[in-house]
Design a binder for this molecule. Structure first.
Ligand code: PEP
Length: 245
């Protein structure tokens, strides 16, 4: 299956307008690597300002509300993010599952809300270190994925990011064999729900991906790209990851 590599930066709660130069430089990098789909999921405050400088990179959000409007102080609907210029959004990042108590059902509802507003979606799943150490990572993450999967999941609007929680921001990554086994397991799990559509769905790896390990990770057959935190904050750090894809 020809799955175009997808490499997306997640800036989390980092970035002011002073960093738009990095967005511009990453947009220029994306233009030099047209075979790779490159994006930046920015803080919501930077989505509109980034429109003038994004170059060939798409701009995405990091979360959206599951409802279209209403009494939800401080929240942003998918339509608001789309209007600001987002083309994608992340849902179900482990930091939100932990910090905001988001459930699998919430994540599925957010993905559907994003789709309804015309956004494409990166849906995150991943295991804790306890689960990994207990030897249950593949079954637990597969179950999490199936419980978080929205109705009508399809490869043209949804990508999955496998992000072991213990690898995020820690500099630690699983063995290549463990990544390969997990991505194979997740694709098999997807196939039980969406059949052959699973062959086209991109499954990204995320968790301390950087210029030193990206080539090896991205060479794994079922790894279709990366969701990259710290190493996406500057063009200099992100460049080797994009080049490796
Ligand atoms: C992330 O939070 O999505 C992530 C992968 O972060 P980092 O690359 O910094 O581990």
């Amino acid at each position: 299956m020809g799955r175009r590599k997808l490499v997306v930066g997640n800036w989390k709660m980092n970035g002011l307008k002073a960093q738009l130069g990095e967005v511009e430089d990453i947009g220029a990098l994306a233009a030099r690597h047209p075979a790779v789909e490159v994006g930046l999921c920015l803080p919501a405050t930077l989505i509109a300002p980034a429109q003038g400088v994004k170059g060939a990179a798409f701009i995405g959000a990091q979360d959206c509300h599951m409802h279209g409007s209403g009494a939800h102080t401080g929240c942003l609907s998918a339509a608001m993010l789309a209007e600001a210029g987002a083309g994608w959004t992340i849902v179900g990042h482990s930091e939100r599952r932990q910090d905001q108590g988001e459930t699998d059902a919430d994540v599925a509802a957010k993905a559907l809300a994003a789709k309804a507003a015309g956004l494409k979606v990166i849906l995150c799943v991943g295991e804790s270190l306890d689960v990994r150490d207990a030897g249950h990572a593949e079954s637990v993450v597969s179950a999490q994925l199936l419980a978080s999967l929205p109705q009508g999941a399809a490869a043209d609007w949804l990508a999955i990011a496998y992000e072991p929680i213990w690898a995020i921001g820690t500099g630690r990554i699983p063995t290549m064999e463990a990544v390969e086994a997990m991505h194979r397991a997740l694709r098999a799990a997807l196939a039980t729900k969406i059949g052959a559509e699973a062959d086209g769905m991109r499954i990204l790896y995320g968790g301390s991906m950087n210029g030193d390990n990206a080539a090896e990770l991205l060479a794994i057959g079922d790894v279709d790209g990366g969701l990259v935190g710290g190493a996406s904050l500057t063009a200099a750090k992100f460049a080797p990851v994009i080049a490796a894809a």
